[in-house]
Design a protein around this ligand. Structure first.
Ligand SMILES: Nc1ncnc2c1ncn2[C@@H]1O[C@H](COP(=O)(O)OP(=O)(O)OP(=O)(O)O)[C@@H](O)[C@H]1O
Ligand SMILES: [Mg+2]
Length: 122
């Protein structure tokens, strides 16, 4: 079994003005190549924040601890840009098998553009 992603004791906390919110507490899982993981839980239980942390997309008042090992790197605690790049690169390889991700991307932009009535992309 080749582990694609190994998450160990990952916690996510948000700082508020005079308190903090512990959004994820010690999450652990291993995802093997070819496996699908479904995460189920009530609203506010931390599903989105867990995976945003792994992708380097946590809000500025958030901090993650623990490990999310992809290949030989730990994405947790990595500078956000670098974590975003690595997880994007991984998804690109998984889903397109090539460098050509322009099509789904522009389709998505078109769909969102239609939804808001205009499209202006930078
Ligand atoms: N920037 C933030 N500052 C403070 N708390 C936050 C912030 N972002 C998220 N939270 C809190 O983190 C907790 C987990 O939120 P999260 O969005 O991960 O829930 P979820 O399981 O994805 O919910 P849903 O099923 O509704 O999508 C919630 O209590 C939420 O209010
Ligand atoms: Mg969510």
């Amino acid at each position: 079994m080749t582990a694609v992603l190994k998450v160990e004791d990952m916690s996510v906390t948000f700082d508020l003005h005079d308190s903090e919110v512990q959004a994820v507490r010690e999450m652990n899982f291993t995802l093997a190549e070819g496996e699908t993981l479904a995460v189920v839980g009530e609203s506010g239980s931390g599903k989105s924040q867990a995976f945003l942390s792994i992708m380097g997309l946590l809000a500025r008042n958030g901090r993650a601890t623990g490990r999310a090992i992809m290949g030989d790197v730990n994405l947790i605690g990595m500078p956000p840009n670098q974590a975003r790049y690595l997880s994007w690169q991984r998804h690109r390889d998984d889903f397109s098998g090539s460098d050509d991700i322009a099509k789904p991307n522009s389709q998505g932009q078109d769909a969102i553009g239609r939804g808001i009535g205009h499209a202006s992309w930078f």
